[in-house]
Design a protein around this ligand. Structure first.
Ligand SMILES: *Cc1c(COP(=O)(O)O)cnc(C)c1O
Length: 399
């Protein structure tokens, strides 16, 4: 058969065609009224996409740059901070906070699980200045309960800022930054917003802006206060990724248009975002139903599965790499193996961003083909079991 490459990875994710066209046409200088108008519009759209009244800052970096900016701008050397980690991206918080001289307390849960709130509470001290966590841990396919963590901080009257890596949580889970009291919420371009890597963004609460008045860790390029000052004038401090900003505008228009009505043909971004989240939740649930019906185990605990990506344990006796390679060689479908120590044990199928019913059914069908070829399909494997489960879920639940 011919090969049609498709990404099923939790970043980079498939590109939205309208965003690609916008990139190609973005031949404008960044110190012009044209750029200022576009930047101002995209920043205000981003606020609606994040679902916050807080200022949103765009940085020229991959997601980790915004993670580093959150640490460098909001801590001082010696600050006591708490990192909650249960995977490769959680470990990145530990690495960055240590690099910036913080005194780091760590609550770590095994890969494939989430934290006990009691343990979080036991590690929250009077002096804790900030708590760092992922909304969804992309390396394990687990969703952390940010609402419960935010509630805990409130009930403990903690002064700690809650800093959330929402890089795969945004667009796949219903996060309420202002309602729950998240202080920093971070996103990245190559995830839910369907554009290439290279741009990150973060929403910052009033409390966090206040904190920056006193913190003194070194920062220069990623100086959030400088970026905020410039953003108010429709500019960025340095040359911005103009093409990505144009792409982001197109993608946010597309997301808004998912909620178009005859009265409002351009749609509504807040409603469109909810549809995008529900879309990922549906694709993820179809995939879980299919995997289970095929006799495969899910890596995330029930109720805590991330809608960004489904982590599936390889059948007993099979290296997950065999399935990853099989999907690529037979169908040009790119899924990801486990990261680090999880390599060989699990594979991940993404639902974040520009994936729909068609994509989901296709990857399940391809997965059946690839599993059929291994030596270890479930004892009573037959074609279609995964598809039937996914179809049934869709017919009964999807709107
Ligand atoms: C993709 C991702 C990141 C950022 O990685 P970059 O390669 O720097 O863009 C951070 N956290 C999570 C949870 C991610 O999925």
């Amino acid at each position: 058969m011919i090969r049609k490459t498709r990404l099923f990875t939790p970043g980079p994710t498939p590109l939205l065609p309208a965003a690609q066209f916008a990139m190609a046409a973005a031949d404008i200088h960044h110190r012009t009224p044209e750029f200022r108008a576009m930047y101002t519009r995209v920043l205000s759209q981003l606020k609606e996409f994040v679902g916050t009244k807080n200022d949103v800052i765009i940085l020229s970096s991959s997601g980790s740059g915004a993670m580093e900016a959150a640490v460098s701008n909001l801590t001082s050397p010696g600050d006591r901070v708490l990192v909650l980690t249960a995977g490769k991206f959680g470990e990145r918080w530990t690495g960055i906070t240590k690099a910036f001289g913080c005194h780091v307390d760590v609550v770590s849960a095994p890969y494939g699980s989430t934290f006990s709130l009691d343990e979080v509470k036991a590690n929250l001290h009077l002096e804790t200045r900030a708590v760092f966590v992922q909304a969804t841990e992309s390396s394990t396919g687990v969703r952390h309960d940010i609402e419960a963590i935010a509630k805990l901080l409130k009930s403990e009257n903690s002064e700690a800022l809650l800093i959330v890596d929402g890089i795969t949580g945004l667009g796949t889970s219903h996060l309420d930054m202002d309602g729950w009291g998240i202080d920093v919420l971070i996103g990245g371009s190559q995830k839910a917003v369907m554009i290439p890597p290279g741009l990150s963004y973060l929403a910052v609460s009033a409390r966090a802006w206040d904190r920056m008045e006193a913190t003194y860790n070194p920062r220069y390029y990623f100086d959030l206060r400088k970026e905020r000052k410039n953003a108010a004038k429709g500019e960025s401090a340095y040359t911005p990724p103009v093409a990505l900003i144009a792409a982001l505008g197109a993608a946010l228009n597309y997301i808004a248009a998912q909620a178009a009505t005859p009265e409002k043909p351009e749609g509504d971004l807040a409603e469109g975002r909810k549809k995008l989240v529900d879309n990922a939740i549906t694709c993820a649930a179809m995939t879980r139903a299919a995997a289970t019906a095929l006799g495969l185990k899910l890596f995330a605990p029930a109720g805590y599965e991330a809608a960004a990506a489904t982590a599936i344990v390889a059948p007993e006796g099979t290296d997950s790499g065999t399935l990853v390679k099989g999907l690529k060689s037979q169908f040009a479908a790119i899924v990801t193996d486990g990261q680090g120590e999880m390599k060989g044990q699990l594979f991940r199928i993404a639902h974040i961003g520009f994936f729909d019913y068609m994509d989901t059914i296709a990857i399940i069908g391809a997965l059946e083909q690839v599993i059929h070829k291994t030596k270890f399909p479930a004892p009573n494997f037959t074609f279609g079991k995964g598809l039937v489960a996914a179809q049934t879920f869709f017919a009964e639940h999807a709107k």
